[in-house]
Design a protein around this ligand. Sequence first.
Ligand code: F6P
Length: 491
Amino acid sequence: RSVLRNELPGAEVMVISNREPYIHNLEDGKVVLQRPASGLVTALEPIMRACGGTWIAHGSGSADQTMVDEHDHLLVPPDAPAYTLRRLWLTDEEQDGYYYGFANEGMWPLCHIAFVRPTFRASDWEHYVAVNQKFADAVVAEAKTPNPVVLVQDYHFALLPKMVRERLPEATIITFWHIPWPNPEVFSICPWKEEILSGLLGSSILGFHTQFHCNNFLDSVDRFLECHIDREHSTISAGGCTTQVRPYPISIEWPPAALSVQPPVEECRKSVRKGFGIGRDTMLAVGVERFDYTKGIADRFHAVGSLLEAHPEWIGRFTLLQIAAPTRSRLSAYRETQDEAEKAAEAVNKCFGREGWLPIILVPRHHEPEEVFTLFRAADVCLVSSLHDGMNLVAKEFVAARDDDDGVLVLSTFAGASRELREALIVNPYDVRAMGEALHMGLSMPAEQRQERMRLMREMVGENNIYFWAGRMLLDAARMRKRHNIEHRIA
Ligand code: F6P
């Protein structure tokens, strides 16, 4: 907020994302508010609560349309209104082509090296272009000033920066890509690679989680577009527009709102074990994800099998509680992921389970942030085994939940978070035996070492929190605006 007040006085802030921060669903005739399982929303929502402005998103809940006024605007959060949520409605055809098709069957597997073949259909592309245009129109219609700060989120909107730039040339457009960016070889299979790249180059600033993804992007532009690249300053100039490409590792609110309503750790340990029928003295690992093939859920179940085989002393004394929210279930790759994970859990349970004890408890439903934080506080270990992940905020939330400075994080080397959370036990999720050993190490770690590691990780997340992330981008944007003003005065 202070960066906005001091460095960008009077600037209007607009966020554009596919996912909305508050979903209204109809359950038994009643409207029930849900907060989506989305790293993007976890990160951006506290910023909007602090800064105010307008968030434009796709209205996705079964009761959403009943919750808005005739102009589709809603003041949120419901209990302490701070910013405007403008929802756009998409037809089933648009949703199939733009979201399920191009974004999630094309761009998602293209950018994650998870060995699911990307599918590109001309009809999906047409919807993707049309929906990007629809959102760009909404930005122009909602903008109250000629130079708003527009925060574009993710792979759903690669074309929107250029579309907005053409109509609001003075806007400061900050685009953040929440998923990895592949190398040029991989990227080259996208039939609309030039359009995607030049769409993104409508941004003033383009952010990725890591320097590695920035380099991949610069290399892709170098290979496929005619433009000037200044590697030293990490800028790209094309069509009279300059884009700065920078790493901004995303983070979470600190301290997280969900922490303020948590009972003491000892109570969480007892209530979670009781609630799930887990023995009082059983060591507990937790996993919390969406049912996505990039998260390596079946792999971690195999790792539990490997742990119990190599270290039978844990039989009857250890349980992995896996929460997995079904997601994008219209796509076969996602249904298969859930199927495969359920089968893997069953196999391990059948092999090692016994009367009154299961090594894996799989709960395939959405959980609200407060419930998730209670699980984190109840756990001895949190297991994040993504096969490929831009950042992974579950790892950071686990650390944030542990104000008792305890608990062990086992973290995939292929999650962006492993670059920052160096005191986690870093694993290769493709190596099931090594993951089993890391679990063993985590479960056996002396208290003093656990606490030392957790304290260092908490320091890291506490300092590099979501306000720091947003502040760095906004400061870079402010410098850019000032430079632009000086150049205009000189001209
Ligand atoms: O982090 C990547 C991401 O696509 C977010 O942008 C998104 O909110 C999250 O995964 C969940 O996906 P979806 O919004 O499609 O359920």
